[in-house]
Design a protein around this ligand. Sequence first.
Ligand SMILES: NC(=O)c1ccc[n+]([C@@H]2O[C@H](COP(=O)([O-])OP(=O)(O)OC[C@H]3O[C@@H](n4cnc5c(N)ncnc54)[C@H](OP(=O)(O)O)[C@@H]3O)[C@@H](O)[C@H]2O)c1
Length: 352
Amino acid sequence: MAELGSKPAEHKSALAGHASVAEELSYNASQVRFDAGRDPCECASGRASDEPGLPWVAVVTGGNRGIGLEICRQLASSGVMVVLTARDEKRGAEAVSILGSLGLSNVVFHQLDISDPSSAVRLADFVKEKFGRLDILVNNAAIAGTISEVGNPETFRQEVAGMDLVEKIGRIRKHVREPYKQAEECLRTNYHGTKAVTKALLPLLHSSSHGRIVNISSRYGLLRFFSGEELKQELNDIDNLSEQRLDELSELFLRDFKDGQLARRGWPTEGGFIAYKVSKAIMNAYSRILAKEHPSLCVNCVHPGFAQTDMRFQAGDLTVEEGARGALMMALAPKGGMTGGFLNLTEHAPFM
Ligand SMILES: NC(=O)c1ccc[n+]([C@@H]2O[C@H](COP(=O)([O-])OP(=O)(O)OC[C@H]3O[C@@H](n4cnc5c(N)ncnc54)[C@H](OP(=O)(O)O)[C@@H]3O)[C@@H](O)[C@H]2O)c1
């Protein structure tokens, strides 16, 4: 039995035959609407610096494989100085070396386990000392909160080839279990971990002339998956929601999960990936609170789509290049663009 997301990715397909970032961004530009009514084509300029000779600095969490590695590749390709982080030193160093072999020397590694707050503090010290500021934070690292019973991922991938998305997800669900231990780990990583990293790096984002936070979320974090109207409304009522309440909700969810009482309070009950859905919904709400409290920053959430990564047994419909597009658009968006928003792939969409 393997835990979802625990196997190192095969990066060859992820890194072969790329169009340039500028081409990819301009391909997407027509699909995006920015709240502030700015011309989305501005973000296709590939401009990766506010001042000549001073590249933007980005931190990407979970940068050693999957969508995170691809985000690092695309950011570095557009001239951003990338701090690729990974919890495992060896896997992180290997990822940097893969990007180096593509001619991307503007990538450095720093260890970061997002579920360990002291690790986030060490990363912040490193970024402060080396760059003095941070322009872009991509909170990408996450886990599915499940245990997989898929034996051979390649056999599984062949088994689901040709199925439509709904059938594929249904088949994946049949092969995963969601014990309490994994649910707890999921909330601790996807919500609390993301928050700890963000808090540690916030002062450095404020030292940038245009700090941006891109939280890689999921369609599964949309509030439509909650079974109770009251909870849905509470999580959507950003003006009256606090970080402290989100922490309480996270603990309440875990208690209800343990006690088999999910329906009573209105948590998601159908379709599996319950803890993952709750972790992303709470992270989305945190992201919106941050956007409100830090108007000088741009803070947005992005659903990358069902992408070919280990988390989805390489069975997704999208390549990692496609999955990284929305994140790149938000990471490279010009000053004054959307904040507190959600992108479904590259389309602005509601949190509901
Ligand atoms: N793929 C999809 O279809 C899809 C759909 C919707 C949303 N997403 C979101 O997209 C993001 C990337 O997912 P992916 O598909 O690329 O998944 P993935 O291939 O499983 O990669 C997950 C990454 O997160 C890292 N990670 C997990 N826990 C960590 C921790 N405690 N500290 C530091 N790093 C940690 C992993 O590191 P290790 O190698 O050390 O495990 C790995 O680098 C996630 O936020 C996911 O929820 C993906």
